[in-house]
Design a protein around this ligand. Sequence first.
Ligand code: TXA
Ligand code: MG
Length: 344
Amino acid sequence: METIRMRVDNNLNSEKSYAQAVDLLNNGEVVAFPTETVYGLGAVATNERGVKKIFEAKGRPSDNPLIVHIGTIEEVSNYIEEIPENALKLMDTFWPGPLTVIMKAKEGVLAPSVTAGLSTVGMRMPNHEVALELLRKLKKPVAAPSANRSGKPSPTKASHVEEDLQGRVPLILDGGKTGIGIESTVLDVTVNPPVILRPGGVTKEMLEEVIGEVIQPTKTQEKLDSTPKAPGMKYTHYAPNAPVYLIESDQSIVGNAISKLKNEGEKVALLAPQSFDNVGAHYFFPYGVEGDKEMMSSKLYDDLRACDKTEATLILATTTTTEGVGAAIMNRLEKAAGGKWYNR
Ligand code: TXA
Ligand code: MG
């Protein structure tokens, strides 16, 4: 299959590109498109044939459900049995935006593979002009996971989608770099108090201002807990080819680690704040100014992917605090590292 990539921002031909995307989706095909978080790989959420193609193109395990994207809040009631009061408040406050709300699904409306056998479904209204324009023109719900091959970091540029899915999808709508850079917050409101299944751009603090107590499980709780959580979180994620090790954000600790690793013959890639440019890494990918978490989240996946284009044999990534969007960043970094910290 040939993969076509079309720019859709401020382009005279963008109307044609949207029309082509809508045609493909209506014909049970998949289309990649940008959102404010990461690029998604979409299919019409009521079309089982189309939805199955998402799983094939990504190599995604079939027990991992998809998020349904919609263009207006009113559409939610087409797919949800009963919308809880707190869910309505959250949608009013944070949509369009990086919040996925898990609710009980109406039976027999969405394609069965979307929910992967669960009785619930996650819904979100993305805050990106291209995604919203596509939804407005299509007038149907779009099931879309991140547009990467399963296990790889999510795509924040159209070129990342190309790297992973070239020849596997017919069309990529190119809307440039995504803004937030990590995936939406996934919140389960079928339980009380609601539980954060995946931290993201809408933080625990922001949610609690609107609906009161929200649970954000600690790593230990996540391991012990047997209640259902986001099935996707149990798989390897966000992983570049070389092993990733987390390390404290301290120049002398990092500098010593790099000297030692060099002596052992390793080629080290370093992801760290800008000021770490003189600690001697073979390859350096700056997060931006220390403490600028928005910059860090927007660059993280691009940096992890860039490591694959180097000869690095080992990646050191400095950590940040779990305040605000730091919780989401640390969640992704821990997954990318498989929980490993540098301690030689
Ligand atoms: O920002 C985002 O959320 C991006 C963009 C494209 O919208 N999408 C995304 O989708 O990250 P995906 O499929 O890569 O991640 C969705 C996560 C997975 O961990 C999945 O297991 C979980 O949400 N999830 C989806 N439906 C669920 C449900 N009904 N119950 C629990 N977890 C669910
Ligand atoms: Mg994903």
